[in-house]
Design a protein around this ligand. Structure first.
Ligand SMILES: *Cc1c(COP(=O)(O)O)cnc(C)c1O
Length: 388
């Protein structure tokens, strides 16, 4: 069976984990900081905070941005639900900005228009406090324009870069936070590098970094500068805010640190396979990915769109027939605003028409580092037969 994604683990990764298991610290040890430093340096960001997964990373990032009841978070409907849920965890309202028909990322034109409408309607409550651009498939959003809108409208930019570890944007790595306040990575096994479960927030802002560390660990500090009065004694700590236990273990961090050795090779392999897919799928009635000027994706996933004027076979049938041949297709994503949870909050499918059309046409082909060219040829051959 060929799945849509999977991890690549080598002997060095295994040894790195074993070494931690034999060391003094399974958690709250030195490996966490080494991993954080390595990812931050790779991206060119000042600070990094490793956590249990990208979902908790998004949550504490929203807390650090001060998002709370009565506030608004905006994101893309074509994403994993966690990009929106982080706003709800904070008690904020969530709204969706339709996607760009070419890149499937949040449309910056739609964002600008929605901001203008919200401002014209008055009542500052309807302007977003946080905007979460999602770098779908590992292709950066148009961050220069989003950053300019953030300056004009005063919102915090939180990049959901779960797909984009190792991706490039202009002359920076995604995660540099050159055009944002914070960026989040996921280290789930299907993503670019893995820690089993894991996530990270990157930032260049010292104030956000301090808050992120606090929220990761119960809101508890041992830093005298953050306490309300002098310590009672050497045992002393204070809980100064409401935080969580979102700590990554050293076992996971060791795996992540070791995986970073191969990040560039992982991304190079994915780019090679994507170039091959683009070539091999040329004459089929489907759209291969469009890449915006300035973006060089890491390719977490490979999404194609059916030309429904030419393909009469229902998409569900294509999924079933491919599965019978041992090939698992996937769909990234069901528009989040149509999920029953969000529908119950008043969102309607027609709020994001471009995303709805995308949903009818899109599906994801298998893509991972270990996928062989022979397997890729089999996938393409099956697709040719299917769409004939
Ligand atoms: C995978 C993913 C997440 C959640 O990541 P976890 O590490 O599983 O919590 C969030 N956003 C996007 C876009 C993702 O793809």
């Amino acid at each position: 069976m060929i799945y849509y994604g999977k991890q690549d683990i080598n002997d060095e990764d295994v040894q790195a984990v074993v070494d931690v298991l034999k060391s003094d610290f399974l958690t709250q040890g030195p490996t966490i900081e080494r991993f954080e430093r390595r990812v931050a340096d790779y991206c060119g960001a000042k600070y990094a905070v490793a956590v249990t997964n990208a979902t908790s990373a998004l949550h504490i990032a929203c807390r650090a941005a001060g998002l709370t009841h009565g506030d608004m978070l905006w994101t893309s409907p074509i994403t994993f639900t966690a990009s929106a849920n982080c706003g709800r965890y904070c008690g904020a309202d969530v709204d969706f900005v339709d996607i760009d028909d070419a890149t499937y990322n949040m449309s910056v034109d739609a964002l600008e228009k929605k901001l203008q409408v919200a401002r014209a309607a008055g009542g500052s409550g309807r302007l977003p406090k946080v905007v979460v651009p999602v770098h779908l498939a590992g292709q950066s959003c148009d961050m220069v324009r989003i950053h300019a809108l953030a300056e004009e409208y005063g919102f915090t930019v939180l990049e959901d870069a779960s797909h984009a570890t190792g991706a490039d944007y202009l002359d920076t790595k995604v995660g540099s936070c050159r055009y944002s306040d914070m960026a989040v990575f996921s280290f789930h096994p299907v993503k670019i590098v893995t820690t089993g479960e894991g996530g990270m927030v990157l930032t260049n802002r010292a104030d956000l970094y301090e808050k992120l560390k606090l929220y990761r660990s119960h809101g508890i500090t041992r830093d005298p500068a953050l306490m309300t009065h002098a310590a009672d004694g050497p045992w002393y700590y204070q809980q100064v805010d409401l935080g969580y236990n979102y700590r990554m273990t050293d076992i996971q961090a060791a795996l992540g640190y070791s995986q970073m050795d191969r990040l560039d090779a992982f991304v190079a392999r994915r780019r090679h396979l994507v170039a091959r897919y683009n070539e091999l799928l040329k004459n089929l009635p489907l759209r291969t990915p469009h890449v915006m000027d300035g973006a060089t994706p890491s390719w977490h996933i490979y999404i194609v769109r059916l030309d429904l004027t030419k393909v009469k076979k229902p998409k569900a049938q294509i999924f079933t027939e491919m599965r019978e041949r041992g090939i698992t297709l996937n769909l990234h994503y069901i528009p989040v605003h149509t999920q029953p949870y969000y529908e119950a909050l008043g969102h309607r499918p027609e709020d994001c028409p471009v995303a709805m059309q995308y949903y009818k046409e899109a599906f994801t082909l298998p893509l991972y580092v270990d996928l062989t060219e022979e397997q890729q040829d089999d996938i393409v051959a099956a697709l040719h037969e299917m769409l004939r």
